[in-house]
Design a protein around this ligand. Sequence first.
Ligand code: 13P
Ligand code: SF4
Length: 310
Amino acid sequence: MQLERLREEILKLKAEREAIILAHNYQLEEIQLLADYIGDSLDLARYSTKVKGKVVVFAGVDFMAQTAAMLNPDKTVLIPDPEARCPMAAQLPPELVRAAKLKHPGAAVVLYINTLAETRAEADVVCTSANAAQIVNALDEEEIIFGPDKNLAWYVQQRTDKKIIPLPDFGYCYVHRMFTPADILLRKEEFPDAEVLVHPECDPEVQKLASHICSTSQMLIRARASPAKRFIIATEIGMVERLRREFPEKEFIPALETAVCQQMKKHSLQKLYESLHDMKHIVTVPPDIAAMARRATERMLELSGRATSD
Ligand code: 13P
Ligand code: SF4
């Protein structure tokens, strides 16, 4: 089907099914343009609790769609391509968390939202890249088991006196690991007036070169507020496309054009149409796991105000 026709059909189906479309900032432009709401993990988790209607189509990766499903047990949550799975989320199975709790009985468990429901059920509280340090500092415990992203754990450790115990000790996002200090330095040499916005999933040596370390949506907030006219962006390429669309008067330079999350890009308008048409790829979380994971996710929403960039 042609793109324009697909759009019309999706809008028709959306109305019939009382559906809304949520999309992460890394989604293809064709999906973002049709979405009711676009955001980072925190925005999307928050927004999904406010939506009316019966169906949520979630264009993002597995853990994000699971978050929407566990926060909305009365709605049907669809994911256009069920193979859109975040490899970092898969790096932390629940057994590892259970073993770490036995080893550090006094520690709180703070898990990045990039974890699957069965692992998240083991957490005291969840966090996102927008509020990780804020959540850790809001807790009473002085020792924090933190996973799965080791770079985000490092970022938090720079902003707290508490002891951060990364779990596992190798957790990473393959997309953000592509960025090197040389990528940033090269761009800075070319554009010395540019602000450097870096996602906290990047390596510490890359983070150290940032003007601001931001979640994806915090990059939008910073780009709007900043007097700078140029920005070097170190995160997935979809974010650069969104920034260019939102702020055509400013210039956004990708630190690395090849930083593409293959899993996020699995969704397409055709797949979105098919999932809504056939009501297929329903995201389900077993009720006992959902209840525990929801508790940790809701605690994050309670503890977190509107976080801004560094
Ligand atoms: P944000 O919450 O900053 O959008 O990050 C999600 C993610 O998966 C980054 O790779
Ligand atoms: Fe997972 Fe990295 Fe893709 Fe984000 S960019 S969804 S952390 S693989």
